[in-house]
Ligand binder design. Structure first.
Ligand code: AHG
Ligand code: MN
Ligand code: MN
Length: 334
C-alpha cells in the first residue's frame, strides 16, 4: 500500500489548502495549476535541449516545426500563453520582456499579478547543468480593471505566493503562500507533480557551505572580502557554486548555508533582479526559517522603482545572513 503522501498530487494539495481558506475562490488553485502545466511543457523541452539541436542538424523537423527558439524565449512564450487567457491575471512581467505584459483585450483580466524569470541559469543549458523557472505572485492593487506597472512594483513582503521549478536530476516545483514551503517532484510516468517535501525547513545547524562566484573577488568591498576569507579559513566552510540561482538556493534550502551575489565595483546593485529572482526566492527561504538580505537589511522590504531593478543578495541560514550583514556593516563604518 502506497504511503498517503505518495498519492498527493499538487492539484489535490492545492484543493486541500483551499478548503482551509473559507473565502477562497479557487482562482489561486487554478493559477498554480496553470503554472505547473507550463512547467511540465518547459521541462519537456529542457530535458531534450541537446537532442533538439541534433535532430535539427540532420534535417529532421525540429520540435517546433520552425527555427528552434532559444529556451529562454520559448519558456517565456509558454508561460505567457499558458496564463494570458485564464482571466486570473491583471498583468504579467518577465525577465525576457522589457516592459510589463498586459493581458490581451480579447481576454478577461483577473486580480493576480505574475512576475517571472522563465528560464534561470541559461548559461548552464548547453552544459546540461540544472536550470530553473522562478515566479512571484502579487494581488492587483491599482484601481483600473486591467493591471498596470504599479501592480508589478510591489515589495517582496507583499507577495501572496512565490515559487520555483528546478529542472535537475528530477523536476521539482517548490512554492509558498506564506504558510510554509512545500515541494513537489514530477513523476514523468504519470505527468503529475507529487508532494515529496511537505513543510520544508532550512536545517539548523546548517552545513558549512557558502556559495558565491569568487571570480569577482577583486571587485568586492573590504567587508565582503573579509566575510569570505573568514568563512574559508577560521570558519572552515566549503564552497559550492552552480551558477543557476534556483539550483544554488534550492541546495541552500535543503542543507542550510549561505548563497551570495554581492554588489561590486562594476555592478553597484549586483546582478540578480529583485522582482522575479531575489524576492520570490527570498520569500521561500524566509518561510522555511531562513533569512534574505540585500546586505544591510531585509530584502523583502525593498520597494522596487523599476521592473528589472537589480539587488545584492544574501539568502540562507539566518545566522549566516546575520554574519554577512555584520561584515558588510564595517564597509559603511569606514
Ligand atoms: P538568468 O539565466 O535568468 O539570466 O540568471 C542567471 C543568474 C543566476 O541564475 C545565477 O545565480 C547568476 O546569473 C550567475 O551569474 P554569474 O555567472 O555572474 O556567477
Ligand atoms: Mn535568472
Ligand atoms: Mn532568465
Amino acid at each position: 500500500m502506497l504511503p498517503e503522501s505518495h498519492v498527493v498530487t499538487i492539484s489535490r494539495f492545492l484543493v486541500d489548502q483551499e478548503r482551509s481558506h473559507p473565502d477562497a475562490t479557487g482562482n489561486f488553485t487554478d493559477l498554480l495549476t496553470d503554472i505547473a502545466l507550463a512547467a511540465k511543457i518547459i521541462g519537456r523541452e529542457v530535458n531534450k535541449a541537446g537532442l533538439v539541436d541534433i535532430l535539427g542538424r540532420v534535417g529532421a523537423e525540429n520540435v517546433h516545426g520552425e527555427e528552434q527558439q532559444k529556451l529562454d524565449v520559448f519558456a517565456n512564450e509558454v508561460i505567457y500563453k499558458a496564463m494570458d487567457h485564464t482571466g486570473l491575471l491583471a498583468c504579467m512581467a518577465s525577465e525576457e520582456s522589457e516592459g510589463f505584459m498586459a493581458i490581451p483585450d480579447k481576454f478577461p483580466a483577473g486580480d493576480y499579478v505574475l512576475l517571472f524569470d522563465p528560464l534561470d541559469g541559461s548559461s548552464n543549458i548547453d552544459v546540461n547543468v540544472s536550470i530553473g523557472t522562478i515566479f512571484s505572485i502579487h494581488d492587483k492593487i491599482s484601481e483600473g480593471e486591467r493591471g498596470t506597472l504599479e501592480d508589478c512594483l510591489q515589495a517582496g513582503s507583499q507577495q501572496v505566493a512565490a515559487g520555483y521549478i528546478l529542472y535537475g536530476s528530477s523536476t521539482m516545483l517548490v512554492y509558498t503562500t506564506g504558510a510554509g514551503v512545500h515541494g513537489f517532484t514530477l513523476d514523468p510516468s504519470i505527468g503529475e507533480f507529487i508532494l515529496s517535501h511537505p513543510d520544508m525547513r532550512i536545517p539548523d545547524p546548517p552545513v558549512k557551505v557558502y556559495s558565491v562566484n569568487e571570480a569577482y573577488y577583486d571587485r568586492w568591498s573590504r567587508g565582503q572580502k573579509n566575510l569570505v576569507n573568514h568563512l574559508k579559513t577560521e570558519a572552515g566552510f566549503g564552497s559550492r557554486y552552480i551558477g543557476s540561482m534556483v539550483a544554488d538556493v534550492h541546495r541552500t534550502l535543503l542543507t542550510g548555508g549561505l548563497f551570495m551575489y554581492p554588489s561590486d565595483a562594476l555592478n553597484p546593485r549586483g546582478k540578480l533582479r529583485l522582482l522575479y529572482e531575489a524576492a520570490p526566492l527570498g520569500m521561500i527561504l524566509e518561510q522555511a526559517g531562513g533569512r534574505a538580505s540585500h546586505g544591510s537589511g531585509p530584502l523583502l522590504d525593498v520597494v522596487p522603482e523599476e521592473l528589472h531593478q537589480r539587488t545584492p543578495v544574501y539568502i540562507g541560514s539566518a545566522e549566516l545572513v546575520d554574519m554577512a550583514e555584520g561584515y558588510l556593516r564595517s564597509d559603511s563604518e569606514i
